[in-house]
Design a protein around this ligand. Structure first.
Ligand code: GLN
Ligand code: ZN
Length: 760
């Protein structure tokens, strides 16, 4: 028996070669029967358990696997199926489960939203139409499967009652207690059955405990765990938190459970301080989330061991468990297939499998002494040192430029009032100018062309010529449709971050570094490993070509620094703030290059600005300050007549409105259609006095909206916003839409605009 135990909180579902994704998609396409699906998923799931066992993890999680999403699993386990899916009780059939996730025969899918501050999205459970009942015991099934098939004594994982409820919808604030009372017996039954089956530990995830809860809520959490603990006294509860430090430390560690899991990466300082200041109960086990479950870098062993030692002065090793900071769902599976990365970078990476090795090694270092792992410790230090000293990370000029940002100009020469006058004169735009957000449909033909080019079947010239043809066709189309401000269409980009990452210094791309974003959709985020530097213009050629074809203005189109940052894996040897300034300085060069080349309307998209908001309110201001500064660094050195646009894909604005104003963009376009009422409402309360376009139609659906619908959207917006500053545009880019519906919708948009113009 080792002195210090190792554990995991959750393993990626997708598989080394994304076999999970492929299985799901084959099933949806009708290529797999229900039983094939179940069998194939079982093989994947057991494979993942075996990996963890072989690595030597002492406490292996089960029920972290899913057919789509763990929140949806929990909702369906409790029979929370909205009426529109015609569910008749009992165990929820697979077809109903997927209908909720993806929509089916007229029944729209359930809402999906971000899982805390990660890029994982969960299906939002709805409480308004059904009473929760226990339809099956998934944690128990997973526990028994691991035991029977692999002899693994697993640790079932389930989403905690309070987190589940807080992330659900379809109830009013004053119903919370009643719903808690309804859920307690269901959770109790799950735990009782696990206890009877012989389970020793259960991991109950309550990440909501890292957000700001009121005293009343803490009382409720206390009541919940008092009851759950009593229900199955022989089963030990590991109450797991992650993504930040817990607020209300003392109340939480005093909850009637047998273990508390804390994040010692993302909530490192506060959690450690809390333990040092208040101690830790002697009757509990502490799960030390030591290895970053969200980052991709190898751990620095000396500092991790140092931290363990500090913690062990308060909680002895016998009562500690070393584990990742959160589920490994958020990192790719393994670095093994990365044969194309430079050795110095690859050696410094740790994806899920490598993180498990690190956890085992740390446990071993404590249990059997440093000498037993000295070769591995040395190798770890060599790899990290090599990365640290790599020239790509030590570009003096870039780092010096960032230091100067604070003094350098990050404010436009004149305020918006002055700019507005000269811009009006220069651009001579009509009342209610019409435009689009940037991308046009990416047909199969375009994707194939890019593939040919990437595989070197096409030369650069061939590919560029192809892109030019697309641009030309769409400039003509936009003119025919009658839009006022045109775009080149972004045909040369697969992804708005990858495109810039490939052209800037400091980024690397993996072959196989996929992570689940939602359902079967996986993303492969770029890695920002070095100092980010501009090397050559990235968008000028396409923009200049597009502009040469028309007398109407063509907007340049860039992805903003914060979006590039938030959609990448980021180096952790400097702050995100510093990295964002490096990106901003590189983008500034692109902005200036565009301006010099005669592109004097430039859109800098920041759809991910809001996503980066810290979990704790108290940290918002700091983040927003540097995020706004980064945007301004990128966009503020242009002439007064140059018009800076920005775009954001969401409409929750009221709580960050000051920061939106502070961006000082001349024009902002934002998504509106899906929660029109809310957004308009916020503009009743808050003034916005720069150019603004509220999306007048939803681009997530292929439906072509009617002129009346759009007119009424415009009319409602004009009641709360200055008509002279109002722009007309769709909600977002049109990349994923079909050609026909796109042209049809844009024509209606222009007609609707003309109708409103005539009335005025
Ligand atoms: N300019 C980008 C596009 O049109 C914006 C995408 C986004 O907002 N996510 O596709
Ligand atoms: Zn958008």
């Amino acid at each position: 028996m080792s002195l210090l135990k190792s554990s995991n909180l959750g393993y990626p579902r997708i598989g080394v070669n994304r076999e999970w994704k492929k299985t799901l998609e084959a099933f949806w396409a009708g290529k797999l029967s229900d039983s094939d699906l179940i069998l194939q998923l079982e093989a994947i799931r057991l494979g993942h358990l075996k990996v963890q066992k072989e690595k030597g993890i002492d406490i292996i999680p089960v029920n972290d696997f899913s057919l789509y999403d763990h929140m949806l699993d929990t909702a369906t386990m409790f029979g929370l199926v909205p009426k529109r899916f015609a569910y008749e009780g009992g165990k929820v059939p697979v077809s109903t489960y997927y209908a909720m996730a993806r929509g089916d025969k007229g029944a729209t899918a359930c809402e999906m939203t971000k899982w805390f501050n990660t890029n994982y999205h969960y299906i939002v459970p709805e409480f308004n139409e059904t009473e929760p009942v226990l339809t099956e015991n998934r944690p128990l099934q997973a526990y028994q499967e691991a035991k029977d098939k692999l002899g693994i004594e697993g640790k079932p994982v389930l989403i905690g009652l309070y987190t589940f409820l807080k992330l659900s919808k379809g109830y009013k604030q004053d119903q919370i207690e009643e719903l808690v009372q309804k859920l307690i017996p269901l959770y109790s039954q799950i735990l009782v059955e696990l206890e009877q089956a012989g389970a020793k530990w259960v991991q109950i995830d309550e990440p909501i405990l890292v957000t700001s809860l009121t005293e009343v809520e803490i009382k409720l959490v206390q009541a919940i765990y008092a009851e759950l603990n009593e229900a199955a006294p022989g089963l030990k509860i590991m109450l797991q938190t992650y993504f930040e430090s817990v607020e209300h430390y003392q109340e939480i560690v005093s909850l009637p459970v047998q273990g508390i899991g804390l994040d010692f990466v993302h909530g490192f300082t506060s959690n450690l301080q809390a333990i040092e200041a208040h101690g830790f109960p002697e009757d509990k086990v502490l799960g030390v989330g030591l290895i970053d479950g969200r980052g991709i870098w190898r751990a620095d062993f000396p500092s991790k061991l140092g931290l363990l030692e500090k913690v062990s002065a308060i909680v002895p090793y016998e009562r500690l468990i070393v584990q990742p900071s959160c589920s490994l769902l958020h990192v790719p599976v393994t670095t093994k297939p990365e044969t194309k990365l430079e050795a110095v970078l690859k050696n410094a990476l740790a994806f899920a499998d490598e993180k498990l090795d690190e956890i085992v090694l740390l446990a071993q270092a404590v249990s059997t002494g440093l000498d037993s792992v000295s070769a591995k410790l040395e190798e770890n230090q060599r790899a990290l040192k090599a990365l640290d000293e790599d020239p790509s990370r030590n570009k003096k000029s870039v780092q010096a430029a960032v230091k100067e940002i604070y003094e350098k100009q990050s404010t436009r020469n004149n305020g918006f009032a002055e700019r507005r006058v000269v811009q009006q004169e220069k651009w001579q735009l009509p009342f209610l100018p019409t435009t689009t957000i940037g991308s046009f449909p990416q047909s199969a033909e375009i994707r194939q062309a890019r593939q040919k080019w990437r595989k070197s079947e096409w030369t650069n010239e061939q590919y560029e010529k192809f892109v030019q043809e697309q641009i030309k066709a769409w400039i003509e189309l936009q003119e025919q449709i009658g839009l006022d401000v045109l775009v080149h269409g972004e045909f040369e980009r697969t992804d708005m971050v990858e495109f810039f990452g490939e052209k800037l210094d400091g980024f690397a791309f993996t072959l196989n570094g996929w992570v689940q974003s939602y359902g079967s959709r996986c993303v492969k985020p770029p890695i920002i490993f070095g100092d980010v530097q501009f090397t050559d213009t990235m968008t000028v050629a396409e923009s200049v070509y597009a502009q040469s074809l028309t007398s109407k203005p063509v907007k340049g189109m860039l992805t903003g620094p914060i979006t590039i940052l938030n959609w990448s894996f980021v180096r952790d040897d400097m702050t995100r703030e510093q990295v964002s300034y490096q990106i901003a300085l590189a983008l500034r060069e692109e902005v200036e290059s565009l301006e010099r080349a005669g592109i004097e309307m430039i859109q800098v998209d920041e759809p991910a600005l809001r996503e980066g908001l810290p979990l704790k309110r108290a940290d918002w201001e700091h983040y927003l300050n540097w995020a706004v500064l980064a945007f301004r660094v990128a966009t503020s050195t242009v002439k007064d007549t140059t018009q800076i646009h920005t775009h954001m894909c969401y409409c929750e604005f009221h709580d960050i409105i000051d920061s939106i104003r502070a961006l000082d963009a001349d024009v902002i376009s934002i998504e509106t259609s899906r929660s029109h009422g809310e957004l308009i409402h916020s503009f009743e309360e808050y003034t916005y006095d720069k150019g603004i376009g509220l999306g007048v139609y939803d681009i997530h659906s292929p439906r072509v909206p009617s002129e009346e619908e759009m007119v009424s959207m415009i009319d409602r917006a004009l009641k709360v916003l200055d008509p002279a500053l109002f722009w007309i545009n769709p909600d977002c880019g049109l990349k994923t839409r079909g050609m026909e519906e796109t042209v049809a919708s844009l024509r209606v948009m222009v007609q609707a605009t003309e109708a409103v113009r005539e009335r005025r």
